[in-house]
Ligand binder design. Sequence first.
Ligand code: ADP
Ligand code: GLC
Length: 493
Amino acid sequence: MKREFQQSLLDKGLERLPNVLIAAAECAPISKTGGLADVVGTLPKSLAELGMDARVITPYHRCVKDKYRDRVEHMFSFSVDLGWRSQYVGIERLVLDGVTIYLVDNEYYFGDKIYRGGQAEGEQYAFFTRAVLDAIPNLGFFPDVLHCNDWHTAMLPMLLRTQYGYYVHGRIKTLLTIHNIFYQGKFGFDFFRDLLRVEDRYFTPEFMEINGCAAFLKAGCVFADRLSTVSPSYADELCTPYFGEGLDGILSARRHQLTGILNGIDKKVFNPYSDPLIAKRFDKGHLKGKQTCKESLMFEMGLQAGPRTPLVAMVARMTDQKGFDLVERVLDELLDEQDMCFLLLGSGDKSYEGFMQEAENRHRGRVCAYIGYNEELSHRVYAGADLLLMPSKFEPCGLSQMIAMRYGTLPIVRETGGLRDSVVPYNQYTGEGTGFSFANYNAHEMKATIERALQVYRDEPENWNRLVRNAMAADFGFERSAEGYARLYIDLL
Ligand code: ADP
Ligand code: GLC
């Protein structure tokens, strides 16, 4: 155990590190739609290296059943009341990479999509909340800390305090991590009264009310013992009206209990030196393999250009958050004026998907839009691209830019949230930097930054190579993040 943690335990008169149960809607590699899953999958492994027993509880989604059914062991079952319905809960156990994952089974709620959208999604996770709380005493693992993530699990702290205080649960401390405040799980108060028996007195701005609705996430912000978010800059941003999405008041009031811990990535999964999914392995001393990865990726995706034509890529959920309106505004201009190729891997809003597909038709051989989610292809894109574009309107942390840097692909980012905290902009005077960045959410500012990056690629090969090596040397391993969480957990006791 690290000396620092030993000392903190001694100071608090504790004999052992806290047991932690991490509750989340998704967990990589078994279920994933975005970065939340990566964090939930990596955190317990890194905590184990610090000597901490951290386990995960997450829904037994269809995609998990399809792939892991044979490795899952049934533990016990019971029923919970959700409104007027009594619902089956099965608790299954899966051990993956030494981490115990408890899976909450119910075919009606989790037999289909991870997120159903609208009221149906609210009901999925109201059910999950109740199931987790009722399962805890029988897991054979009693958590000192319940670590909740985003709105889907943000009602846990409130119910724990208001409905389970007299049970063994009363001892459990809670941490809520906000990965994205844009999604809050807002519904009419009736929803909470009917499904989760929340008392009317909590329907006030002091507790759950927000703009005439009530929100899972607000309940978490009010009732969790501690709050955290996924980068120091986003912690500051959350306390402002522009980024706070109506929760800036409560978060400003609790600013001293809100910590920003920058995410990291799993360095074993994302490693250009050992990644079995890429065409040729490489590292920062041997970059020839990266060029092979690029040529093979361009061939695979039908991009027809010379090996020295820069390849700009995006790997993202296609939502407003990720800056696709900026891309829409200037992509044609860029392609008309510059020698470059553009590759997109993503899915989401139909209008953005449509725009990208049309751009591919207009610029055949220079633009490729792969609409869909493809984990394996994402590795080949990170390894084969020269630049990764991430012009987010807001970005709590962002993992894509970290993965890109690990593969020597330079990020072009807007200076917000975790993008600001992880990318060092190129300084032409000192040669320092790990990527390129721009300040304002403006399409032509983004375009100018892309042009600058293309110019360095084309005209300043020495500077370019230095940037690539700097990016690959930057350490975004999860160990540092895990230490941040371990400190918080101990602090909570
Ligand atoms: P967010 O969580 O907001 O989507 P992050 O950058 O934190 O953004 O994490 C996104 C994660 O999802 C990264 O691991 C990225 O590689 C992955 N990802 C996003 N879209 C796709 C896609 N279409 N196919 C494969 N992986 C994707
Ligand atoms: C959210 C954020 C993203 C962050 C991820 C993991 O999905 O949008 O910025 O990296 O959570 O914390």
